[in-house]
Write a protein that binds this ligand. Structure first.
Ligand SMILES: [Zn+2]
Length: 319
């Protein structure tokens, strides 16, 4: 009996490092290290972590950070960390370790793009913190110091010379930072489904991009009262339509799980199993357009036990 060989490219890369726990946001902050601790514990005890490839990765270069961020922003985060930490906005905390941890998070996303584009794997999941999708070029915002997914997308277009990348953001909050970075850039399509009206206030349906980016942003603001079924159907339909327009060579996910109905911050409308559906929707468009290449990066999700359950569901889909 012959068995088909399992090649590395069928593996899922899993990025996790205990150093991510060192970004200390203080007592009572929802974006706390327990989130990742619970995820790691669950993935280990269920055995699913053992099914993934666990790459080691290098620290990010300043040049890569500055593909998205202004040097002054990077310097401000570094200086605040060096001076013992503090707040960059009412929600966003820096501790002495945060500059290194935030760079480690951004570099995980970049390494995943490097390896997936080198055909080492088809899919990757970066379990990182702090999250990134609210971070703007010039400042931190909403728990986010550096915009991990925007930097990874820039690496794909600026260094790997891809013409078209698609970012799918299903965090309950609009990914305003990511949208902002690529608003005038037709190479990176941004698709976001989010609760509306809600923090941070951006993400209206008529925000569609400008200049060369016209039409390369698509927002699905979802008001309360919409049913799960309607949301999921709209998500699938709009994503397929948008992906057909972008024709991405690589798909990135801003995987926020605060869109679960029991999330303490999001309290939106999704059930855990719905993240399997969303994952499959993204895999489907990636299979059609991008040879199945998907890099997923953790964003929000603030009930640690529930978050771990949702991440496991998502990872099982990627595997
Ligand atoms: Zn969020």
């Amino acid at each position: 009996m012959s068995v088909l060989p399992i090649t590395n490219s069928q593996m899922t890369l899993l990025y996790y490092d205990p150093r991510f726990l060192e970004h200390d946001t203080g007592r009572g902050h929802p974006e706390r290290s327990l989130r990742l601790k619970q995820i790691a514990a669950r993935l280990e005890s269920s055995g699913i972590m053992g099914k993934c490839e666990r790459p080691a990765w290098q620290a990010i270069s300043r040049a890569r950070l500055e593909l998205v961020h202004e040097p002054g922003h990077v310097q401000r985060v570094a200086a605040l960390a060096e001076h013992g930490g503090g707040y960059l906005d009412p929600d966003t905390v820096v501790c002495p370790a945060s500059i290194d941890v935030a760079q480690l998070a951004a570099s995980a996303a970049c390494d995943a793009v490097d390896r997936v584009l080198a055909n080492e794997a088809k899919t990757a999941l970066c379990l990182v913190r702090p999250p990134g999708h609210h971070a703007l070029r010039e400042r931190a915002m909403g728990f986010c110091l550096f915009n991990n997914i925007a930097i990874a997308a820039q690496v794909a277009v600026a260094e790997h010379k891809l013409d078209r990348v698609l970012i799918v953001d299903w965090d309950v909050h609009h990914g305003n930072g990511t949208q902002d970075v690529f608003y005038a850039d037709g190479r990176v399509g941004f698709f976001s489904a989010h609760r509306w009206p809600f923090y941070p206030g951006t993400g209206a349906a008529d925000e569609t991009g400008i200049g060369e980016g016209q039409g390369a942003t698509r927002n699905l603001p979802i008001t309360s009262g919409v049913s799960r079924e309607v949301f999921l159907e709209r998500f699938r339909h709009e994503l397929e339509d948008f992906a057909a327009r972008i024709r991405p060579q690589l798909v990135l996910i801003s995987a926020g799980f605060d869109s679960h109905r029991s999330d303490p911050l999001g309290s939106f409308l999704l059930e855990t199993e719905d993240f399997a559906t969303l994952t499959q929707n993204v895999l489907d468009v990636a299979a059609v357009h991008a040879e199945g290449r998907v890099v997923s990066i953790l964003e929000g999700g603030y009930n640690p036990n529930l978050l771990a359950e949702c991440v496991e569901t998502h990872l099982r889909g990627l595997l």
